[in-house]
Write a protein that binds this ligand. Sequence first.
Ligand code: G3I
Length: 377
Amino acid sequence: MRHITRRSFNKFLTVLPLAAMRAKAIDVAASRVGLKDAFADCFRIGTAISSPTLRDGNEPLLDLIRREFNAVTPENCMKWARIQPAEDRWNWTLADRYVDFAEQNRMYTVGHNLIWHSQVPPDLFVSNGERVTSEQLKVRMDRHIQTLVDRYKGRIHAWDVVNEAIDDAGGWRRSNWFEILGPEFMERAFRLARDSDPRATLLYNDYNEHNPGKRKFLNELLRDYRKRSVPIDAVGFQGHVALSSPDLSAYERSIEAVAREGFKIHISELDVDVLPRATASADVDRKEAYSTSLDPYANGLPGSVQQQLTDRYIALFEMFVKHRAVIERVTFWGTYDGESWKNDFPIHGRTNHPLLFDRNLNPKPAYRALSSGMRRS
Ligand code: G3I
């Protein structure tokens, strides 16, 4: 992999028309300057807020989030199984807290997510012991989307309307949604979301966005939706990557392909897995067995790997900055390593180091490279 030093990153940035941004960043009181300020003229910088953080409060973490980020996504509390665990029984507490926090801090507020094959109540696709009919499922879908979107109408800026509907082979995922409603389930969800809050930005969100099969399928879908006026505004590229895969040129081709179709991109769940991996999927249903050889950094990240992580983040942000005209937001999937889902996926109980802040909330070299690189150049 190409080695990128902070100096070469700064040099790269000097060729960009970012003078105003640099001046603004310097003007902001040093203690309140965060990544959001460093990238203010490029895109928003976001993070995911976990349910424990919303439930228990965590002032140091929330303060860090206020300083560093101007966009937020709820990691779990708006998922169907959490927010409507049984028909017409709604758990609003954490979602209300999430939206209040975002609003109080004037953050770009993402709703995550409306329709997904995972994290649904066990009986969503069942009625009286049998598989639901398409008519029954449409009623459940309509009521879920309308109730949820309507509650936060005007307060949620963007919804992940449909999550992960395309499989890695480049076709429709054979989910219950697809099997029962056919491919129309997706456009139905978008139309309902648009009707419920016409001003919200509506996203399709997926992982392995560099995959050529997914890229092709998605682009044909986007073209078709545009032709038929299905209300979709942007695509979420989750960005669950590893140190050396995927190849960023493949990733960039997918950015360019979506941009060519005229849609905006939100990098929606960025993290960099530093551990050996047996699978390159972010499919939450895939689990693997623990072994110490697959958990090599339980006592900390060696300097050489820390450097690789820094280089990887710089390379990613070089690409994002280059495509800032179409990228609206770069959101990390969590703020610090201790809370990352990557500690438990695809193997439970490992020590991963995928984010910009360590387990003590201290900024890692990758953070410093991104923030000071942008400010000093
Ligand atoms: O809260 C329970 C806890 O009480 C219990 O003791 C523990 C036992 O395993 O489970 C805890 O719940 C887990 C929850 O994360 C909180 O840690 C669930 O089992 C686990 O399935 C859940 O995983 C979440 C996953 O989505 C599935 O919903 C991850 O936190 C979350 O980061 C991940 O996020 C997804 C995005 O929504 C969509 N894109 C992929 C991304 C990563 O999988």
